[in-house]
Ligand binder design. Structure first.
Ligand code: 5GP
Ligand code: ZN
Length: 139
């Protein structure tokens, strides 16, 4: 994808204005336009990577530390008690913008529902062994 066609490339590089909470040589962190909670932030690399499978250095080794820093700042500034770090890869996983980004979502103790939910299923030990073997072989 060309940089001109990617909304997050344009926001990350300052061509489109945004509510920026942090910026350095590699990243811009903005507030999500449709937040799950007030303060919901998006970490955007300034270079285009579609998803985590494309993400390269130095972004790869810096992005989690930045998520921790943003979450701590949200707790201090907004009085939240925790935060979710969420990152979607591919349409099937709910990714709607194909420019790698990390969600940092402030959470209050009184919110009981989980933001990332799934239905736990019983596992079959034989099937688990087969699946683990298939994944090991693919690495
Ligand atoms: P995804 O579903 O791809 O993981 O997350 C995309 C996120 O980007 C959504 O939470 C959506 O609200 C946010 N978003 C989409 N377009 C814009 C925009 O133009 N500006 C901002 N600030 N957020 C956006
Ligand atoms: Zn992009």
């Amino acid at each position: 994808m060309k940089k001109e066609d990617c909304i997050f490339c344009r926001i990350a590089n300052g061509e489109i204005p945004s509510d920026t909470v942090y910026e350095d040589d590699c990243f811009r962190v903005i507030l999500d336009l449709n937040p799950a909670n007030p303060g919901h932030a998006l970490i955007l690399p300034k270079e285009h990577f579609a998803d985590i499978t494309e993400l390269a250095e130095p972004y790869l080794s810096r992005v989690l530390a930045l998520a921790a820093k943003i979450g701590q700042a949200q707790m201090k500034a907004l009085g939240c008690d925790g935060f979710n770090v969420v990152q979607n890869n591919g349409e099937a996983a709910g990714q709607t913008v194909r420019h790698f980004h990390v969600h940092v979502i402030p959470r209050k103790r009184e919110e009981t529902e989980k933001i990332v939910t799934w239905t736990p299923h019983e596992s079959d030990p034989a099937q688990q062994k087969k699946i683990a073997e298939a994944i090991r072989a693919a690495l």
